[in-house]
Design a protein around this ligand. Structure first.
Ligand SMILES: Nc1ncnc2c1ncn2[C@@H]1O[C@H](COP(=O)(O)OP(=O)(O)OP(=O)(O)O)[C@@H](O)[C@H]1O
Ligand SMILES: [Mg+2]
Length: 436
């Protein structure tokens, strides 16, 4: 028997001893209940679980307290405070890697703002739009209009009509609108959207429109039209990744409410924090890992979440994260990544002049060639080499690939590229997207 199973057995035994007394009574009661409750789902609900309130450890839950984001909460609320004094706040652009708490922080500030202005009956209104689900100017404006006229349906109306309705709302209520455009990089015609909404302020006699743009694409700002950039980024705020200690504190806070007392071992929390910090300091990965580890513990009928459950959770969470990341990439970028994974599987390691092959490492140039061949084969247009380099930089930023400069023995300045995840997994995730 290996060390891990020993550890898990002893942990199970120790915890079992703690619950033994109440356990006997409980199991008697349970068998009586299951006699009465015949429905399988009802019975499932009655089953013991390590969770006290699973919702709290779900990635969609916004906790009341957001440790290590006090500075950002302070800055955003201070930036928005002109609205409660009746003047227009500056537009704000928030960026930072995935899982650094951007959405949670902004939603938290909006909740506080809404609570305050409704108590004081101030004409400040906010709308949160996730542009991943509303990726065009029309769709964003439609969603904004719907949130201020909840009983009206604007579907089918022209973009200018909807836009005018939003301005009417401002005029009629002397309203200051705070529009949060989360994942703003997903809007196809963003320049037009930002232009219209900022120009709206010049047309308004009363009230105002303020934008809060959020993105995890660190290169997105550089790609913006200079006019859009200067409108949107009047104020900027960066969210940096969490380190392992910070992630641990975040997890402890959430686990306290999400799990039953003494249902999570300290070492499992440390392991989750270390794994998530290693990946990219992403609190979402940490929360997802912890939730999945709890589910695995439940499925094994364990009373304590231990490191082994975290290890098992890692593989399944990784898969989920890859799938969700890959599915939001533009089609051409998916094809570039597909070429990398297909080439990695074919063991096309790059050959140094010395003849040595570095496993899984590819030349940037040969990937571009393979990509062009594949695109032609599939009857799709191809991107220019400049766009290709941009896509490669973004893939690195998402952690999907690693880039190194050519090492000793390779002529000229070329980049070596290696996949950040298992090639088979990425390839099969992409196949679902590209060939659906
Ligand atoms: N400081 C924190 N304290 C507690 N939980 C946090 C904290 N920061 C992030 N989280 C949690 O981590 C998860 C991801 O956070 P969030 O959705 O805000 O990330 P994000 O920066 O918007 O990521 P993305 O760029 O991928 O949208 C959520 O479950 C959130 O509640
Ligand atoms: Mg977000």
């Amino acid at each position: 028997m290996n060390g891990m199973s020993n550890l898990s057995l002893s942990l199970r035994a120790e915890s079992d001893a703690e619950v033994l007394e109440s356990g006997i009574v409980e199991s008697k009661a349970k068998s009586e209940i299951s006699e009465i409750v015949k429905n399988v789902f009802e019975r499932r609900l009655l089953n013991a679980s390590v969770f006290a309130n699973k919702e709290i450890i779900s990635q969609h839950y916004i906790p009341e307290k957001l440790p290590f984001r006090e500075k950002q909460i302070d800055e955003i609320s201070s930036d928005l405070s002109p609205s409660i004094k009746g003047t227009k706040p500056n537009n704000i652009f928030l960026y930072g890697k995935t899982g650094t708490g951007k959405t949670a922080t902004v939603k938290h500030v909006l909740e506080q703002l809404t609570e305050f202005v409704s108590k004081q009956s101030l004409p400040v209104f906010s709308a949160y739009i996730n542009c991943r689900n509303h990726p065009s100017k029309y769709k964003v404006l439609l969603k904004v209009a719907k949130s201020f006229y909840p009983s009206k349906d604007f579907l089918g109306y022209s973009v200018s009509f909807i836009y005018e309705k939003i301005l009417d709302f401002c005029e009629a209520n002397s309203a200051h609108l705070i529009l949060v455009l989360d994942e703003i990089d997903k809007v196809k015609d963003l320049d037009e959207l930002v232009y219209s909404l900022t120009r709206g302020n010049d047309e308004l006699g009363k009230g105002s429109i303020t934008l809060i743009g959020i993105s995890n694409n660190l290169m997105f700002k550089e790609k913006l039209d200079p006019r859009t950039k200067s409108s949107l980024c009047e104020k900027e705020l960066v969210f940096s990744p969490y380190n392992a200690n910070e992630l641990k504190e975040i997890l402890v806070e959430r686990c306290e409410k999400a799990f039953k007392p003494k249902a999570v071992s300290d070492s499992s929390i440390s392991l989750v924090a270390a794994l998530a910090a290693q990946e990219s300091g992403d609190a979402r990965t940490a929360v997802m890992l912890m939730q999945r580890a709890g589910e695995i513990a439940d499925s094994e009928k364990a009373v304590l979440v231990v490191e082994q459950h975290v290890e098992k959770a890692k593989a399944s969470v990784e898969e989920e994260i890859i799938l969700s990341m890959v599915s939001t990439l533009p089609g051409q970028q998916q094809l570039v990544l597909y070429s990398i994974s297909a080439m990695t599987i074919q063991h096309k390691g790059s050959r140094r002049i010395t003849g040595e092959i570095e496993e899984g490492t590819l030349f940037s140039g040969e990937i571009f060639e393979t990509y062009c061949e594949m695109a032609k084969h599939l009857g799709r247009r191809t991107i220019t080499s400049r766009w290709y380099r941009q896509y490669i930089n973004e893939l690195e930023m998402y952690g999907l690939i690693l880039i190194t400069a050519s090492g000793k023995g390779i002529r000229g300045q070329t980049r070596l590229i290696k996949l950040g995840f298992d090639a088979e997994r990425i390839k099969s995730a992409l196949e679902k997207e590209l060939f659906k």
